[in-house]
Write a protein that binds this ligand. Structure first.
Ligand code: MUC
Ligand code: MG
Length: 367
């Protein structure tokens, strides 16, 4: 079997409610649909979400790099030769979301060809993932109301709270309101997207010490090297590297330099092949992982859940799989559903991503 064509289709779907956080905000899902065709008629599908505030990619840059560099590099190869595919992709630095989508579309093809779900092929640990919901910036009472609604409607009991605003007391108040409004039994953790300095972060952690937070993610920039190390040494809870540890080399550097002691794995930036490398690296080093969300749409959520459920250590804690709830629509023929606080893996060969052609025609930006 050989790859014959790679489509990179820009599409845009508005959010009902924008997600705001310290490094930016998402108002529209202006993603790129990636479809890989083969000479045997199998088609693999994934999506690439541009996050210029995190990786520098834009919707146009993702389409351009796929069309002009990555497609010519992989057409003619067997989808099974992932090592060769990645060696060719890695001749171009950066562009993580474009590379990841291509990788996941190839796994979709491999699963379809083998008659097995991608989850089974990757590790086959379980058939569903517990879901964590991300609560963006808003006045505290709105953040509490959103979390309560998400808990009632979807059974979700783990919440990642966006922090990193100034003054830090704004976020301390919001986290306290969430703990008081939701009770002791919910899990709360925080993500600062590099918004604070090390000393602001330390102060905020001290002031939230009684809230039972479980993780602190990227509270200050990893580029503040000594400040960050100082903070991580003092943090009473595991300190997660997300945007500072986006590939295996960075993961090693951040962990060994003391800039983090837990890692967020996002299939939207490391696909399945490199996410598995990062996961095994973390297992070998004995650090916890979180299945993160790059503000994925439903296609990305199917991919992320497929990976999370495949492995013991990603399925151990709730994965961030609910950002699509804020989108006004999506491209899937069969929407993702969160029931009882979980997302089920699709029990079909490959990833089980069937597109709704009318929706694709409506939201694509290239016609
Ligand atoms: C997160 O965990 O930081 C915000 C930016 C991005 O790339 O992902 C989101 C969520
Ligand atoms: Mg993060």
């Amino acid at each position: 079997m050989k790859i014959t064509q790679v489509d990179a289709i820009p599409f845009a779907i508005p959010y009902r409610k924008p997600l705001k956080f310290a490094s930016g905000e998402a108002r529209t899902a202006d993603h790129v649909l990636v479809r890989v065709h083969t000479d045997e008629g199998l088609v693999g599908v994934a999506e690439a979400p541009p996050r210029p505030y995190t990786y520098g990619e834009t919707q146009r840059s993702i389409v351009a790099v796929l069309e002009s560099i990555f497609a010519p590099a992989v057409v003619g190869l067997s989808p099974l030769r992932r090592e060769v595919v990645h060696e060719r992709l890695d001749r171009t630095i950066g562009n993580p979301a474009a590379k990841a989508a291509l990788d996941m579309a190839l796994w979709d093809i491999i699963g379809q060809a083998a008659g097995r779900s991608v989850t089974e092929l990757l590790g086959g640990w379980t058939d569903r993932m517990r879901v964590a919901h991300m609560v963006g910036f808003a006045p505290p009472e709105q953040m509490v109301a959103e979390a309560q609604r998400v808990r009632e409607e979807h059974g979700i009991t783990t919440f990642k709270v966006k922090v990193g605003r100034r003054p830090h007391t704004l976020d301390v108040r919001a986290c306290r309101a969430l703990r008081e409004g939701l009770g002791e039994e919910v899990e709360l953790y925080v993500d600062g997207n590099r918004g604070w300095t090390a000393s602001e972060s330390a102060r905020a952690l001290r002031e939230m010490d009684d809230l039972g937070l479980t993780l602190a993610e990227e509270l200050c920039p990893a580029d503040d090297v000594l400040g960050r190390r100082w903070l991580v040494e003092r943090s009473p809870i595991p300190f997660v590297a997300d945007e500072s540890a986006t590939r295996p080399g960075e993961v090693t550097r951040e962990l060994l330099s003391g800039a983090a002691n837990a890692i967020s794995i996002k299939t939207a930036r490391t696909g399945f092949s490199t996410s598995q490398r990062v996961l095994h690296q973390c297992e070998g080093l004995g650090v916890e992982v979180v299945l993160g969300n790059q503000i994925d749409g439903q296609i990305g959520t199917v991919c992320s859940a497929a990976f999370g459920a495949a492995h013991r250590h990603t399925a151990r804690r709730a994965g961030e799989l609910s950002n699509f709830l804020d989108m006004s629509d999506d491209l899937l023929a069969e929407p993702v559903r969160i029931t009882g606080g979980t997302v089920a893996v699709r029990q079909v060969p490959g990833l089980g991503i069937e597109l709704d052609p009318d929706k694709l025609a409506r939201y694509r930006q290239d016609t």
